[in-house]
Structures are given as structure tokens and as C-alpha cells.
Design a protein around this ligand. Sequence first.
Ligand SMILES: Cc1ncc(COP(=O)(O)O)c(C=O)c1O
Length: 461
Amino acid sequence: MPEKITDLIEHRSGEQYELHTDYINPVFVKMLKTIGFDKNYIRGEGCYLWDTQGNKYLDLLTGWGVFMLGRNHPKIRAILKDLLDAESPNLVRMECSLLSGLAAEALVRHTPEGLSRVFFTNSGAESVETAIKFARANTGRSRIIYCDHAFHGLTTGALAINGANFFRERFGPLLPDTQAIPFNDIAALEQALAKKDVAAFILEPIQGKTCELVGDGYLAEAQRLCNRAGTLLVIDEVQSGLGRTGKWFCFQHWPEVEPDIICTAKGLSGGFVPVGAVITRPRIMDSVFNSLERCVVHSNTFGQNDLAMAAALGSIRVIEEEKLVENAAELGQYTIARLTEISKTCPFVTEVRGKGLMFGIDFARPKESLKLKLAWDTLHKLNFGVFGQMIIIPLLNKHHILTQVAGYHTEVIKFLPPLVATRADMDWFLTAMEDVLADTQRVPGTAWNTVFSLAKNAVTA
Ligand SMILES: Cc1ncc(COP(=O)(O)O)c(C=O)c1O
């Protein structure tokens, strides 16, 4: 094996799909090959990826939201290199590290005043698991309310509050005492809280699987109802946080809202080192760690490691210095408005929705045009979830834009551009969308032929 990792990568480049077939997940490889996503990317910088042929791709998937600052941000790379060179002691454990203190201090600069304590995690799901435990310990209750279509991660606790059966099937029994309510439905929440036996109500202010945003006034009312019922309001900002929607945290679009617990992760990593954080009130934290004996009753081995803390500190600094929250707000408004206009010409689009640089396009059976209705019905009889491939396949192969369908059994394509994207990047995307949406109306045509053959393959595979 070559000594240098870069030599190893060069030496074995192109073998990844074989290796994954043999050692990791052959079914995933098969899926990628079926839709023509089995590229060999060799470089990433900012909003772009390059493959071996020198093709440049615009990345609107951003590693499921991790590359908020783009790939290989020079400032974060420099911070991490400096830290490695400094030979920091790291994870001594029976001490308090400076970097985690500084990262916590930096993070709470952007939360409401009452939320000033931080627990660092290694992922979004771990942040959610932590929130569940904190809420149970604090309230002495076990019940957790969540929303239909919610996604909070795939560990068994987080799965127990997942709003889609697809993810839960065959993994049970899961955490008991959880209950789903419709998203954005205050009456349903009021009813669910009536017995005053609920530890926490957890929700994403904008749902990752649907791009549905809470209505104006919803969160403030949810907070009032939770306070009245002695329930903690947990806002999962793992995907929507750190500037993505045009505020540091999405709930801050409604200044009167102050949750009890915020979950975050993804972009905090700068795309380099996994890190998440749970931010809460001192009295909630103190109720968990409530004696010397219980001072690490909730903990994790790698939490607060120096590389993760440096990545978090660097990410917060870059978001502040480069005014990325403001960019997400402005660019998001521009893109969503133009995409809405463009979509009016496509009878399959029901809605363009989202906030800042987290938005999606929802497709459904067209109301008019017999020909299009027939094509839709025939495809859906063969396979429910393939229509979205008609958008993402040409986006990648013809326009070199990387995206993904938002979730299983949904007709929503979600876009998560890096917060460092420019108007030129978004114009690249909008021009491509105009073309791809026009193609959906050509029946028969290449786009339909592709998805019909995919659907048939899926049925016979
Ligand atoms: C809102 C939300 N919560 C939690 C998670 C889980 O995060 P992770 O995959 O880092 O465990 C995700 C992941 O997509 C998410 O979008």
C-alpha cells in the first residue's frame, strides 16, 4: 500500500463501486448504477465537484446538508491543519478542554438568551437522542409527541419518532410512549397535550422530507401550549439550523419563539469532522446532571474532541464573517421566486416551497391534459416513487447538477445549496430546471422512456 493517502487514492481510483459491492452495500451500488449516478468524483471545492473526465458539477445535495460552507473551505482547512500541527492533548477526559468551551460560547451567541448550555454530540440522531433523554429526566414523564412525515435520524430512539412507516418497519419494537400528530395542526397538539403527561413535543420547523414550513404563529402557540402542559418544546434544527433558512435558526423567523431545547449538527462540522450540539436552558441541563455522582450520566467518548470543536468554531466564524445567513436569505428568496415562476409552465408541479436555501418542488398528477394524466397513472401503477427520477437524472447527466429525491415514497425534490452559492450558481440551476420541466411534458419522449424503463426494472428486479 502506498504510504501517502493521496497516492493510494490515485492508485485505486475507479475501484470504489466494486469495493462497495464486495464489502459495503451492493444494493446501494445497484441503485446508483441503475440511475446513472455511479460517477467517479475526484475533487470538491466550494459548490462544485469534478469527476475523472474533468466535468464540473454543481452540488445541491451538499452531503445531505453537511457542506453548508461548500467543500474544503480554506479557512476551516487552515484551522484544522494548525490544530494537527499543534499536537493538542485532546480528549484527556478528566479535564475541561478549552476548545469545547469556546465552541459552546460561540454557538450560544446565536441562540435566545435563556438557551445557554451546550451538550456536544457526534451526529444529528445523537442530538435527538440526547433531547429525548433530557426531556424525560427534566419532566419525569416519558411520552414524546412528534409530527407526521418527521425525520429525526435513524437510531432506535429517533426512529420511534420518525413520521414514516417505511423507515420503522422491521426494526421494532421501538421506544414506547410516542405519538404522531399532523404537522402544523394546533388543535391536534392541544389534544395530545391535554393529559399533561408529555415530556416533549419535537418538530422540525421546516420538514426535511416535505419542505413544509410551520405556519405563521404556529410555533408561538405550540410554545404556549407546551408551557401550559409542562411539556418541553424541542426544535430539531439539524438540517434547518446555522443559517440555512436565512436566520441562524429557522425558529428565529418568529422572534417571540423560544424553545426549551435546540438540536443541531450537519453544517457545524464544516463538512470535515462529525459534530452536533444540543442547546438548552441551564435548569434543564442541571436537572440531568444533578449530583456529583451523575455529573457524566449522559456522555459520549468522542464528544468535544478537539478536531470537531475546531471545525465547529471555524464554521461559526465563517458563517459570521462571510455573512452566509444573509446570503441564504437573499439568494433563497430570489431562487424560490424564480423557480415558482418557471414551475407555472409545468402541469406536474403543485408547489414550490421552502425557506432560504432549503426548498423543494412538489409534483402530483396533473389536473388537465389527458395525455399527461395517462402517463402519470401508468408510471405510478408500475412504481410509486420514480417520477422524481425524471428530474434528478437529467439534472445530473445533462446539466451536471447533483440532487436527490427528498424521501421514500414522496414526489418532492429537495435542494440544499451551499450557503456560499452565488446568483450565477442559482441561474445555472434555474436554467436547467426550465429545460428539465419542459421535458416532462413531452410524451412520448426521452425523459418518460427513461423512467418507464426504470419502473419496469424496479418491478422485475
Ligand atoms: C432534521 C434532522 N434531524 C436529525 C437528523 C439525523 O442526523 P444524522 O444523520 O447526523 O444522525 C437529520 C438527518 O438528515 C435531520 O434532517
